[in-house]
Design a protein around this ligand. Structure first.
Ligand code: G3P
Ligand code: CA
Length: 262
C-alpha cells in the first residue's frame, strides 16, 4: 500500500499527482522515435505523458540544444563534440537515422522542443555536464532560457553535476531542482545524500534500483519528491508505485500510463 508523504510542501507541487506517479517521457517517447528530437517529443504528448525529460547542453554557437551525448558518434555517426559545432551545422544531421529510418529527427534547440510539445507540458531539464568548466555557463544559459520562455511553473531542473545545480540556486532561486545519481555502494551513497541535501530544492532522481519504500519515506520526510529512472517494464513500474514514488521516467510513456490505469 502506498504511504502518505508527511511533508506539506509536497502536496502543492505541480510535479506530482494524487492518482498515480507522474509519467515522464525519457528523452521523449524514445523507444519509438529518435531520442531528444521533435518526433519523440510530439509522440510523448500524443501518448499522454505528464512531462518530458530531456538533456541540454550548449553547442558551438552557444545555443541551448537538446542532446544526450557529448559527442555525435552514436547519434549522428560523426566523430565531433556538440560543443564544436554551430547550430546551423547540427541542424543538418539526422539523429539515429539507421535505427529510425525516415523519422526525420534532428537536434533541436530547447526552445524548439518546448514549442513542439505544447503549452501544457512539464519539462524535466537535465543539465548535461561533461566538463566541470561547462557547469556554470550551462546552468546560466538554462536559467535564462526558462525565464525568457516563461517556463518557471513547468520546469524541474536536474543534474548529476552539483555545481550546475548550485549555480541554478543563485541564478534562478525559484526554479525547482533535483539531484540525480545512479547506483553505487554504501559509502558513495552517503556522499550522494549529502550532495542531495545541498543541491535539491524539490526532488531527488535516483536510479530505479536504489528505490524502495523506506528510501522514499526518508526522502519524503525531507520534503523532496522522488522521481526515478529509467523504467520501462510493467512489473518494475508497479513495484515503484507501491514504494510511493512521485514520478517515473520512462522510454515508453504509453506502457507506463496503461500500467497505472485501472
Ligand atoms: O534523468 C534521468 C536519466 O535520464 C539520467 O541518465 O544517461 O539517461 O541522461 P541519462
Ligand atoms: Ca537524461
Amino acid at each position: 500500500m502506498q504511504h502518505t508523504p508527511e511533508a506539506a510542501t509536497y502536496h502543492a507541487s505541480p510535479f506530482r499527482r494524487d492518482d498515480r506517479p507522474l509519467v515522464w517521457a525519457h528523452r521523449g517517447a524514445s523507444a519509438y522515435a529518435p531520442e531528444n528530437t521533435a518526433p519523440a517529443f510530439e509522440l510523448a504528448r500524443r501518448q499522454g505523458a505528464d512531462g518530458i525529460e530531456c538533456d541540454v547542453m550548449r553547442c558551438g554557437s552557444g545555443e541551448l540544444v537538446v542532446c544526450h551525448d557529448e559527442r555525435l558518434d552514436r547519434l549522428c555517426g560523426i566523430p565531433v563534440a556538440v560543443r564544436e559545432l554551430p547550430l546551423a551545422e547540427l541542424r543538418r544531421l539526422p539523429v539515429l537515422a539507421a535505427r529510425f529510418p525516415g523519422a526525420g529527427g534532428t537536434i533541436p534547440t530547447f526552445e524548439e522542443a518546448v514549442e513542439v510539445a505544447g503549452p501544457a507540458m512539464r519539462w524535466n531539464v537535465e543539465l548535461k555536464v561533461d566538463r566541470h568548466a561547462d557547469a556554470e555557463p550551462l546552468a546560466r544559459a538554462a536559467a535564462a532560457a526558462v525565464a525568457r520562455l516563461g517556463l518557471e511553473e513547468r520546469v524541474l531542473a536536474s543534474s548529476f553535476h552539483p555545481l550546475a545545480l548550485l549555480t541554478l540556486r543563485t541564478a534562478a532561486p525559484a526554479l525547482p531542482t533535483a539531484y540525480l545519481w545512479e547506483g553505487d555502494g554504501a559509502v558513495l551513497g552517503t556522499w550522494h545524500r549529502a550532495w542531495g541535501r545541498i543541491t535539491a530544492t524539490a526532488a531527488v532522481h535516483p536510479e530505479h534500483r536504489l528505490v524502495d519504500e523506506a528510501a522514499v519515506r526518508r526522502w519524503h520526510r525531507a520534503g523532496l519528491l522522488v522521481n526515478t529512472w529509467t523504467v520501462d517494464e510493467p512489473e518494475e513500474l508497479l513495484r515503484l508505485r507501491a514504494a510511493g514514488v512521485d514520478g517515473v521516467i520512462t522510454n515508453r510513456p504509453d506502457v507506463a500510463i496503461a500500467t497505472y490505469t485501472p
